[in-house]
Design a binder for this molecule. Structure first.
Ligand SMILES: Nc1ncnc2c1ncn2[C@@H]1O[C@H](COP(=O)(O)OP(=O)(O)O)[C@@H](O)[C@H]1O
Ligand SMILES: [Mg+2]
Length: 248
């Protein structure tokens, strides 16, 4: 494995009973790379991220994280969340905990870090996403966009090597999409390694180093944004892109 490869997925398959959700995925992600995953609903995008995050037991293949080893073998599942951060479409903040206690749960309980040290980092991260003044708010007092930014801070506070984002703006009102995408953009600029599942094509074009197009559990195109948006190779990718061009 070349030095700068952080994540290497080899022959990954995932079955749910008879459903083959992933049918042999190979992908390398380099340190600092931003990979955007596109594809129609049901093609396996979430399953793919969930496997990388250790939330799904894989049926076949390997997931290797440089410096740590194989997921589920050298990396126990209780450790993986500290290495691979993930944010979902629904924010999943604990409603009974305020913002700071939501954020500190992982670092103090799962990583046994000192509260003062973790809180200092949490404060810095809250500042970075413009929500330090919401440190003691409860989730119900926050907008969707704010909750999503807190969910991102919560994942970042575990110091992950790589961040996975699964349609993090899909449930947001349009005016809140931007504030969350800005946070992702800033992370990308600062060198965070990320895999982003999104339907925000303009954002994908702008932020991606690599575009991965999925269809029926397979990666059918792995290419540059320029190539994918100007010259998609497969019919499926062409019709996928055309489905966004309603008013053209
Ligand atoms: N927990 C599950 N049990 C059974 N089938 C599932 C489960 N999760 C996903 N699937 C199936 O796996 C396929 C891929 O789903 P998913 O990864 O959610 O796709 P996407 O995120 O691209 O919309 C779909 O056919 C879906 O119905
Ligand atoms: Mg999904």
């Amino acid at each position: 494995m070349s030095e700068d490869v952080l994540l290497k997925v080899k022959g990954l398959e995932k079955k749910y009973g008879d459903i083959e959700a992933l049918k042999g995925i190979d992908l390398e992600v380099k340190k600092g790379e931003v990979v955007v995953v596109l594809g129609p609903s049901g093609c396996g995008k979430s399953t793919f991220l969930r496997c990388i995050n250790g939330l799904e037991e894989i049926s076949k293949g390997e997931i290797h994280l440089e410096g740590y080893g194989l997921l589920g073998k050298e990396i126990p599942f209780e450790k993986v969340r500290g290495i691979v951060g993930m944010v979902f479409q629904s924010y999943e903040l604990f409603p009974h905990l305020n913002v700071i206690n939501n954020i500190l749960l992982g670092p103090t309980k799962a990583q046994n870090r000192k509260k003062e040290e973790a809180e200092k980092q949490a404060d810095e991260l809250l500042n970075r996403v413009g929500l330090f003044n919401r440190k003691f708010s409860y989730p119900r007092e926050l907008s969707g966009g704010q909750k999503q930014r807190i969910a991102i801070v919560r994942a970042l506070c575990m110091n992950p090597e790589i961040m996975l984002f699964d349609e993090v703006t899909a449930a947001l009102d349009p005016e809140m999409v931007r504030e969350v995408l800005m946070v992702l953009l800033e992370l990308a600029k600062n060198g965070m390694t990320m895999i982003v599942v999104t339907h925000e094509l303009e954002f994908a074009k702008h932020v991606a180093d690599k575009i991965v197009f999925m269809e029926e559990g397979k990666l059918v195109e792995v290419t540059t944004p320029k190539e994918f948006f100007n010259n998609p190779k497969t019919e499926r990718a062409k019709s996928f892109l055309a489905s966004f061009d309603l008013y053209k």
